[in-house]
Design a protein around this ligand. Structure first.
Ligand code: G3P
Length: 218
């Protein structure tokens, strides 16, 4: 399972990229708005920082408008992936972009039938939003597992990108379900790396090392 960072903040992207675990970045209009910078310039900077795919979302709700935005965004860098909402106009735009050889991420997916439509429209990625499904008292991981199983049985080429992940357990569960990609906020990357036994173990090793050095010095 590849790991993407779900942010438009370049400092956060640079930090996690240094860990050597980053396969790509996803952004959305909410995340872009937090940065207060020109959107095209922001996407250009992110694409220069990471080698992997960078999702940039359109905001038009009609197919022609989506295609116009998509073509401008796709021209920014080779690793731009066009994020489109899972609505009829988004599926039509996805089909056209797929025919044009432009890669897509169909987002705001909340059901298996929606995911099937995204796959049939030629999406590169489809993004089920697990946390938001949990938020309405449904089971996001069950939805992800169903989509992964359908895609496996059907042999769909579209990659399943688990989004709206709220904690490290979501990441582990997405990996068990067979997601191709998980996109996580920076906070979840930090939560994934931390463990109290790692901290306690390191503290003990360093204290023992100091004691050993003191002993050598007599
Ligand atoms: O980028 C899409 C998704 O990951 C958003 O997550 O936490 O706003 O539901 P969230």
């Amino acid at each position: 399972m590849k790991l993407f960072l779900d942010t438009a903040n370049l400092d956060e992207i640079t930090e996690i990229n240094r860990w050597g675990v980053l396969d790509g970045v996803t952004t959305n209009p909410t995340l872009a708005g937090k940065e207060g910078k020109d959107f095209a310039a922001m996407i250009k900077d992110i694409c220069a920082e990471v080698d992997g795919d960078v999702s940039a979302e359109v905001v038009s709700t009609d197919t022609d408008g989506m295609l116009e935005e998509a073509n401008k965004l796709a021209a920014i860098a080779d690793n731009v992936v066009i994020k489109l909402p899972l609505i009829p106009a988004g599926l039509a735009a996805c089909s056209q972009l797929s025919r044009d050889g432009i890669r897509t991420n169909v987002t705001l997916c909340f059901s298996a039938p929606q995911a099937i439509l995204a796959a049939r429209a030629g999406a590169t990625y489809v993004s089920p939003f697990l946390g938001r499904v949990d938020d309405i008292a449904n089971d996001g991981i069950a939805l992800l597992s169903e989509i992964c199983e359908i895609f496996r049985v059907q042999g769909y080429a579209t990659e399943v990108l688990a989004a709206s992940l709220r904690g490290p357990q979501h990441v582990a569960q997405a990996a068990v379900a067979g997601a191709d990609v998980a996109t996580l906020p920076t906070k979840v990357f930090h939560q994934m790396v931390s463990h109290p036994l790692t901290d306690a173990g390191l503290e003990r090793f360093l204290a023992d090392w100091d004691a050993y050095q003191q002993q050598l010095r007599g």
